[in-house]
Design a protein around this ligand. Structure first.
Ligand code: ATP
Ligand code: MG
Length: 638
């Protein structure tokens, strides 16, 4: 049991916890929620002992083994599999003990070490590690690639796999979905549901929290409040509490009025009808949750861009990818792309894992050169690019004001906003960086605060083409809502990559699909897209399977006079069982796949997806076993 009693916790001038108390029972799955900067990550630092309370008392069983995701970027050239294996600290310790025993030639100790290793699961450690890695979206041929050959986001996925590999009583996860896309996210939900220990997870993703938690701890105004339900349950309960407060209620009314105005304005225009429709849905949802969101203490808007070229961009016969190093040929990810981006378009960029969404956006943003073809920009194009790595662009020792001053200086006469220090301060104030925060070094800020600053710097430049690559990571729900509102009012063109289904639904009017080396329009809605993702995952698995099967020997002709018949028999028997199960799996999958075709509800899609994935995984493992068995049989009968 974890017991916090009258805890006081300060950071800088802020009191994050003020006599806060809460209890978490063993085995509970707890969602820790609250606004950006409320102190969630700081509370984790208290739980893992890297920070101490300024008052009160914390109790936790001393023998509990804790697992958490390291926040640093791993630089090692160890293979992905070995790196994740090392996450199992118990195995590592036992292997060390074995080495010591062997060095001292202590027979008893060696024997003990072997038994302990077996108990700790040494024999299936590699497949366990590899199924974690693949579950998080890596391809089978990447299992042995060195960690430092992967891009930042993928290395952070390996850090996550490493934490999951560690046998633990308490698992602390701070925004684990930030680096994931939809298919890896669904896999992680499935994995966490089977986790036996106590889990505390910080997240701003409502659907994810609902899937994996059954208790919610809300941190607000220095207090911790425990709710015995998942996130939706918490919202409802809290909405009821807040609805009692007149002020919250009147704020909600303002928001409803705003939405209604939006809907009536856009219903008249056929081209915006779909968007209006999604606002109607948002309005329905608000009836219940608005009181929670009414806390939103800030909204912002994009200023009218000066002029908007049309077309914004023309892409002709372009190839996208990465230049080869040291004269090696370039890696082409997308080719023969010819597309125009027009003024006022709102494009959602879709695509499965690793298909090139970020590469596409990065090239349009001119962070990468096109490998072939041309990208012509309209006159007066001003790009606002928001990428996840953008947070690293901030200077940890500088404060928000210094960042704005530097930006104003860089733009010089090109700046469209007033840029005296006082103007910059009040601009920052409008993004909720008030008073002392204007002078707080960025390095000490929370993830969401940094993301908000990057957003503020982008808006200030008055872009007319917004390229947003996962902009909602780190942002709390109220800030996401503010972003969605601002994007709806934006007059320029938008290209958006996001795993936030709510954001895609509310701001995009058309979708482009990046995949199989192409960029093509996607004539469907998000539900159809989710089905596409499942199909694509299946296709990838089949490709991998075909690649693995190709060089393998054909199954042995049974008639070929087997010599050591005694050894072959059991293998053949197992082979037959494996074949029967493979056939059974394909039968089991059919009705599930058929149900998917019939437009089921979103929750059912997720459930079906999980079942199909489990069957797919089992089939993949059986396929491997089948290959092993048949080549063994062939060897023996040769
Ligand atoms: N050394 C420091 N000096 C001043 N303020 C600090 C310091 N360290 C942290 N803070 C402030 O403490 C607050 C809590 O930070 P924390 O990272 O715990 O927030 P969080 O709830 O995890 O937010 P997010 O949802 O954005 O991740 C933030 O407002 C942050 O700016
Ligand atoms: Mg945090």
């Amino acid at each position: 049991m974890i017991n916090l009693f009258n805890i006081v916790l300060r950071r800088g001038a802020k009191v994050l916890l003020d006599k806060a108390s809460v209890t978490m029972q063993p085995g509970e799955k707890v969602g820790l929620v609250g606004r950006n900067g409320a102190g969630k990550s700081t509370l984790f630092a208290l739980l893992n002992g890297s920070l101490h309370e300024d008052g009160g008392e914390m109790q936790m069983p001393a023998q509990w083994q804790m697992a958490q995701v390291a926040q640093n970027m791993p630089e090692t050239d160890e293979s992905a599999t070995d790196f994740v294996l090392d996450g199992d600290t118990r195995l590592a310790a036992l292997q060390q003990a074995l080495k010591v025993a062997e060095a001292s030639e202590d027979g008893m100790a060696i024997a003990h070490a072997y038994t302990d290793l077996a108990d700790a699961g040494v024999y299936d450690a590699v497949p366990r590690a590899q199924s974690l890695i693949q579950g998080l979206g890596f391809r089978p041929d990447q299992l042995d690639s060195p960690v430092n050959s992967f891009s930042g986001g993928w290395r952070m996925r390996l850090q996550l796999a490493r934490a999951l590999m560690c046998p633990s009583d308490l698992l602390l996860l701070d925004e684990p979905t930030n680096h994931l896309d939809l298919d890896a996210l669904v896999w992680l939900e499935g994995w966490l549901k089977t986790y036996a220990g106590t889990m505390v997870v910080i997240s701003h993703d409502r659907e994810f929290l609902d899937a994996v938690t059954n208790v919610t701890v809300h941190i607000e105004h220095g207090r911790l409040t425990r709710y015995g339900s998942n996130y939706s349950g918490f919202e409802t309960l809290r909405a009821q509490q807040l609805a009692l407060q007149q002020s919250a209620f009147s704020k909600q009314q303002d928001k409803v009025a705003h939405l209604q105005k939006f809907i009536s304005r856009f219903k008249a225009q056929a081209s915006k009808a779909k968007q209006a429709q999604s606002r109607v849905k948002a309005l329905e949802r608000m009836e219940k949750i608005a009181p929670v969101l009414a806390e939103a203490d800030f909204t912002f808007e994009f200023r009218t861009p000066g002029n908007i070229p049309n077309p914004m961009l023309s892409i002709t016969d372009a190839s996208f990818g990465y230049p080869g190093e040291d004269g090696a040929p370039p890696t082409v990810i997308l080719n023969n792309v010819s597309k125009s981006v027009l003024a006022g378009q709102r494009i959602g960029i879709l695509g499965a894992n690793g298909q090139g969404k970020s590469t596409f956006i990065k090239t349009v943003a001119k962070d990468l050169g096109a490998i072939a073809g041309t990208i012509t920009e309209g006159k007066g194009l001003r790009i606002g690019y928001f990428a996840q790595q953008e947070l690293d662009v901030l200077r940890p020792d500088d404060n928000p004001l210094q960042h704005m001053i530097r930006l104003a200086r860089e733009l010089g006469a090109d700046a469209k906003e007033p840029s005296r220090e006082q103007d910059l301060r009040s601009y920052l104030g409008s993004f909720n960086f008030g008073g002392e925060m204007v002078l707080q070094p960025v390095g000490t800020m929370s993830g969401g605060e940094k993301a908000r600053l990057v957003l503020a710097m982008m808006v200030w430049q008055r872009p007319n083409l917004l390229l947003l690559d996962e902009p909602t990571n780190h942002l709390d729900l109220a800030t996401r809502e503010a972003l969605a509102m601002a994007l709806n009012g934006f007059e320029g063109t938008l290209m958006l990559v996001s795993h936030d289904r709510a954001l895609l639904r509310s701001v995009c009017e058309e979708f482009w699909m990046v995949g199989r080396g192409k960029v093509a329009p996607f004539d469907g809605d998000l539900d159809e897209y989710q089905r596409y993702l499942l199909d694509e995952a299946k296709r990838q698995r089949e490709l991998a399977k075909a690649a693995a099967a190709a060089p393998a020997p054909a199954p042995a002709p049974v008639a070929a006079a087997p010599k050591p018949a005694g050894q072959i028999k059991p293998l053949q028997k197992e082979l037959a069982t494996v074949e029967a199960r493979i056939a059974a799996i394909s039968v089991e999958k059919t009705p599930l796949e058929e149900r998917l075709q019939k437009n089921p509800a979103a929750s059912e899609i997720a459930e079906l997806g999980r079942k199909l994935k489990a069957l797919g995984d089992e089939a993949a493992a059986l396929d491997e076993r089948w290959l092993e068995l048949s080549s063994r049989i062939e060897e023996l009968s040769a």
